[in-house]
Write a protein that binds this ligand. Structure first.
Ligand code: SF4
Length: 326
């Protein structure tokens, strides 16, 4: 079968709401990101995005609540205690969190995510979530991105007003991180058994990850009924062990997004790319991330948006890439 025929076949499968198999995903990931065939693949993914997302561009905002030396020492993370990349340790005050959430809600964010390190107390996360939902009405969804959660805490998060949990098995989990995949799976199952939605991106992708590793994790994420899928490139943080491997080229990230969109099919509405990429929006992503506070891809904590990418810029990108705003 020619590459052209494989792309056509993948689009038909996506339109039927079925998933691609591992071989089909790998074949699409093997296409050169700068080739004419890749353009064809990207356009195919963009057509599926129009249907699956109803052509709505959406902003995922994330507020990093705390920055503390973390004993887990993931090999890519600015917070790893061993890497000593930062001395700017802090936890945002309730007022700072509320103000940031309020601004993002006013600016039209679809999701407001409270992101924490492993050290943040789940009771505090539930408490601040309750306060945000009680104070700020609107159509946004509140998201928790925190440590492992069990069935009881999934239920408590839901009762507090959270609607989504971000949770992922990382690429090379247990190798570049100390986490046990089984523990991650227990959390994902708890989320699935609750009435919370799951967001799960393939991450953090570097040049060292093979097509089969990416395909395997993408398919695994789909087994957990992921409502927000996508791909996140690893941002090289100076001082971390994986820094010297460098960054994933944007075209490769956009290719992985296109394949993710086709793999997820028309039943997964939202495909997120991070860091933001117009090429990825043109090739099937409909969600970008705006974030502030403590960011594991950076050594400092800031009230301003990471790399200056704010909701206004995101909305301009959506228009340029022919998405309607939410
Ligand atoms: S990724 Fe999370 S668990 Fe790993 S070092 Fe960073 S804060 Fe700790």
């Amino acid at each position: 079968m020619s590459i052209h025929d494989k792309i056509k076949e993948a689009e038909k499968i996506a339109l039927r709401g079925e998933k691609l198999n591992q071989n089909q995903i790998i074949e699409l990931l093997e296409i050169s990101p700068s080739s004419i065939e890749m353009q064809e693949l990207g356009e195919s993914a963009r057509r599926i995005s129009t249907i699956a997302s109803q052509n709505k561009g959406k902003v995922w905002t994330a507020i990093g609540l705390d920055n503390h030396p973390c004993k887990m020492n993931c090999k890519f993370c600015a917070f790893g205690e061993k890497w000593q990349t930062s001395s700017d340790f802090n936890t945002w005050s309730e007022e700072e969190i509320m103000n940031s959430a309020s601004k993002y809600i006013d600016d039209g964010a679809t999701w407001v995510t409270l992101r924490t390190t492993e050290h943040f107390n789940i009771n505090d996360l539930i408490d601040i979530g309750t306060k945000i939902k009680n104070k700020y009405k609107g159509s946004y969804k509140l998201v928790a991105n925190t440590s492992e959660v069990n069935a009881q805490n999934s239920m408590r998060l839901k009762e507090a007003g959270y609607e989504v949990v971000y949770h992922a098995i990382r690429l090379r989990e247990g190798i570049d991180t100390p986490f046990d995949i089984k523990e991650r799976e227990r959390t994902l199952t708890s989320i699935n058994h609750s009435s919370l939605d799951l967001a799960f991106l393939v991450e953090p992708i570097g040049i060292e990850h093979s097509n089969s590793e990416i395909a395997e994790l993408l398919l695994k994420s789909m087994t957990f009924n992921t409502q927000v899928s996508g791909a996140m490139a690893r941002v090289p943080v100076p001082g971390t062990p994986l820094y010297d491997l460098g960054a994933l080229p944007e075209m490769r990230l956009a290719q992985i997004i296109a394949v993710t969109r086709l793999c997820a099919g028309i039943d997964v509405p939202d495909i997120c790319v991070h860091p933001p990429s117009k090429q990825a929006l043109n090739w099937g992503a409909n969600v970008v991330v705006v974030e502030n506070g403590s960011i594991p891809r950076d050594c400092a904590s800031s009230k301003n948006e990471w790399q200056g990418f704010d909701i206004l810029t995101a909305n301009n990108w959506f228009k340029e890439c022919r998405y309607e705003l939410k």
